[in-house]
Design a protein around this ligand. Structure first.
Ligand code: L34
Length: 293
């Protein structure tokens, strides 16, 4: 089994981005500036946003975090989004999900200026992505594409099974891999909670992308020998032997599946770092759209 080392690949791509940012700085160009809005105290979200700031620092971007109480009103949040739309200092921004239940995430996503939507969640970007037009690709699917590309994993003609149909991972990665291109040209099935005969689908798939949020769900005895397995899940499982009181576990039973997969991503250190790297690439792109990038 070959480990798909997202952390290592992220380090490589960050170095490439930094070279470009240094060059932009050298000629007095526009330094990429990413902003992130985080609402409430979800520990996972805090950790992800912390990584977004860390990566921004490492590649030489400017970054701003706007942190708000969980009880912020929808209206107030929409005003902050509007402020960032207008703020010419900020090239791109994200609103970290999930949001508290009293806030409609669709309304927030629709309020983001598509030109600054470095998450690629706005229907304008999502629709452009689906039609193969120029767009910001959503970070996790984009990160997975980068990983497949850099490890030279063939997707053309392959049977891909995506577990999960979320707007931010399952649905877009399904679209991207079935689209014309490389990576792409695959035959994609999207499975979800109402899918029947999941075991048959798993057994015949060349590439499995697990994004359902269920710890250690995929087992070795379900997959084809030599399958490529991409684990998007990040589940916190109680573990009193750890200082933090939990450990991170993917949607794939890593040790079990490592005996049968040809390529496999670890958790942590797999898709997570690639997600953050993809966000950096989108922010770099946004900074160029603004000019003198
Ligand atoms: N708006 N909301 C918005 N955009 C996103 O792109 C995200 N996503 C997902 C959740 N909500 C979002 C992220 O940022 C998931 N996600 C994300 C980002 C970073 C990492 C994982 C998921 C990450 O850095 N993972 C590390 C471990 C982090 C830890 O220790 O908790 C890893 O090695 O997998």
């Amino acid at each position: 089994m070959i480990l798909l080392d997202g952390k290592d690949l992220a380090t490589q791509i960050k170095a490439e981005i930094k070279t470009e940012v240094d060059e932009i700085r050298g000629r007095g160009g526009n330094i990429p500036h990413l902003a992130a809005i985080i609402v409430g105290d979800n520990p996972a979200s805090e950790s992800y946003v912390k990584n977004k700031v860390k990566y921004s620092d490492e590649v030489g971007f400017e970054s701003t975090v706007i942190k708000k109480d969980a009880n912020i009103s929808e209206e107030e949040l929409l005003e902050i989004v509007n402020g960032l739309n207008q703020n010419s200092d900020v090239d791109g921004f994200i609103v970290q999900l999930p949001l508290p239940r009293h806030i409609d995430p669709d309304k927030v996503t629709l309020a983001i200026d598509p030109k600054k939507d470095v998450d690629g969640f706005h229907p304008y970007n999502f629709g452009s992505m689906a039609q193969g037009m120029e767009a910001y690709l959503p970070a996790t699917p984009y990160g997975i594409l980068l990983m497949l590309e850099r490890y030279q994993i063939e997707t053309e003609g392959k049977k891909v099974l995506v577990l999960g149909r979320s707007n931010i991972v399952g649905t877009p990665i399904g679209i991207l891999l079935s689209r014309k291109g490389n990576p792409g040209n695959a035959t994609v099935t999207i499975a979800h909670s109402r899918t029947k005969n999941l075991d048959d689908l798993l057994a015949e798939s060349d590439i499995i992308i697990a994004a359902i949020g269920r710890a250690s769900f995929v087992k070795a005895n379900q997959i084809k020998e030599g399958a490529v397995v991409i684990d998007v899940g990040i589940n916190r499982v109680e573990d009193s032997s750890k200082k933090r009181g939990y450990r991170l576990v993917g949607d794939v039973d890593f040790i079990d599946v490592s005996s049968k997969a040809s390529y496999l991503t670890p958790v942590p250190g797999g898709v997570g770092p690639m997600t953050v790297t993809a966000l950096m690439l989108n922010t770099l792109k946004a900074s160029k759209v603004k000019g003198n990038g």
